[in-house]
Design a protein around this ligand. Sequence first.
Ligand code: NDP
Length: 334
Amino acid sequence: PVADKQLRVVLVGLGSYAERVATAMKDCKIAKLVGGVTGTPEKVGKWSDKFGLDKANFYDYKDFEKIKDNPNIDAVYITLPNSMHHEYTLRAAKMGKHVICEKPMSVSVKQAQEMIAACKKANVKLYIGYRLHFEPYTRELIRMRESGELGKIMHVNTYDGFKSGNPNQWRLKKALAGGGALMDVGIYCINGARYATGEEPIWVSAEEAKTDPVKFKEVDETVTWQMGFPSGVIASCSTTYNFNNFERLYVIGEKGFVELGPAFGYGPMKGRTHKGEMSWDTTKMHQTWQMDGMADCILNGKPEPNISGEEGLKDMKVIEAIYKSIAAGGKKVP
Ligand code: NDP
């Protein structure tokens, strides 16, 4: 069944993640993909055929503002390289369209604050593509912690990374990526430690291991950091761009634990708790949960999980503090 009201979305930047979102949105009921924004004209025909989209809902970056006059578009979903998120969020807000923006929401705290202010002023939603907040294993971890089943939280251990391929990709260029592994995938550990504890960190200390200074000349390669929380809990975290099989979120409390691994990728998710193996629905793509979930929040006022611009800003503040600590030789930074 198709919902009466649907959130009609265009993807901005038709790269590999946009393609995944588009594929997942085929199974959405409340969110609907209607078009795209691209700098590559060949993609218009390819995408409209592949996803059954009307060519009238495709735009170039230069034409972006024309979306304002298209009554068939409610929201833009920005899947551009990181350093472009700020500009396109501001331009979308000006048009009065809701904004969903990929992680990391920006490449600096200042940009993130400007994005939040622009969307507030325009009275549009700003959501960050934190898909895991709609994903059943992650939801269960949060539920168990919130319900007290884990007791007082004592420790978090989390890591996420992969071996990056092509040395010429934008992810390795500071101007487009803003940073390396930390910004791209370490952000999942920051977000994860925050939802595993339900607290906001008050300090970090961090160090970088650079085993390939040529490939990772402009951006961080492997970062290890600690985050201290008001309760006294310390989360121990790492991220990398230089090896595989590195993905876990472990939270332990006085009464129990949850261990997710894989914890952050596209799944299938797996996990266990002090009660045994976890078994939740893994049939849907994460982005299907995410987009229907976000549409339900926007259209039907469903309570929002922690996906707002303010949540993205909290992660950006930690990222900046981690880079500061690395630059200061591992010093504790508030
Ligand atoms: P890609 O390189 O695959 O796609 C980026 C697209 O942006 C390009 O295909 C291009 O689309 C457009 N673009 C415009 N200007 C540039 C430029 N100067 N350099 C490169 N591309 C440009 O990247 P991803 O899809 O992997 O990542 C996009 C965003 O999505 C990132 O912010 C990333 O962090 C996020 N992401 C999130 C994931 C998640 O699980 N939440 C997973 C993967 C990525 P066009 O030809 O249409 O103009």
